[in-house]
Write a protein that binds this ligand. Structure first.
Ligand code: SAM
Length: 178
């Protein structure tokens, strides 16, 4: 990790920890994404973990949150947060989202908050991985940050594996094209 990336992460953490909560309630966005009790979910690009603990609380003891990030600083930060709160249903994955260690057909819902714009160049590999790990009724939920619903739908649907099923104020959702 370069010095520049480290500084960038510190900036992202600062913004998330001081300002995010002022205009966004993590739980509202997660519920809009379809996160529910008992689910096994993947949080793609968890960053400093603004959504991780609220997601773990929603899925509850019978569910699990796999919090994924390519940045070791992000994973360390979330590791500290979950240890402090003694949260047991979060597993950390320091991996590229295109090559996770998750099992085939093992995830009910994968959510992408604040990240989709940075995956545009690798979207085919991202979608191939989602196709592998999501259950047959699995859902991809994407926050409309920096990209419109139309642009996100075009990006995801060009792979011919998932189709748009819902477009709400802040989230777009996709299911398998059966
Ligand atoms: C802007 S942050 C968003 C954090 C969090 N989802 C939120 O909305 O608060 C994007 C995160 O995605 C991670 N990321 C970028 N590319 C990735 C990849 N290919 N695989 C996994 N994580 C990635 C970055 O390291 C960064 O922590």
């Amino acid at each position: 990790m370069s010095f520049r990336e480290r500084i960038h992460f510190m900036g992202v953490s600062f913004i998330h920890e001081t300002m995010y909560g002022l205009f966004m309630k993590a739980e509202d966005l997660l519920l809009a994404a379809g996160v529910d009790k008992g689910q096994k979910i993947l949080e793609v690009g968890c960053g400093p973990g603004f959504f991780t603990i609220p997601a773990a609380e929603i899925v509850g003891e019978e569910g699990i949150v796999f919090a994924n990030d390519i940045n070791p600083f992000a994973i360390k930060k979330v590791e500290k947060k979950i240890a402090k709160k003694n949260i047991k249903n979060v597993k950390l994955l320091l991996e590229d989202v295109t090559k996770t260690s998750l099992l085939d057909d093992s995830i009910d819902l994968a959510f992408f908050f604040g990240i989709i714009h940075s995956l545009v160049n690798i979207i085919d590999d991202v979608i191939l991985e989602m196709d592998r790990i999501l259950t047959k009724d699995g859902i991809i939920a994407i926050q409309k940050s920096k990209m419109s619903a139309d642009a996100i739908a075009e990006l995801i649907e060009k792979t011919n594996r998932f189709k748009l099923i819902e477009n709400t104020k802040r989230i777009v959702k996709f299911s398998r094209r059966k």
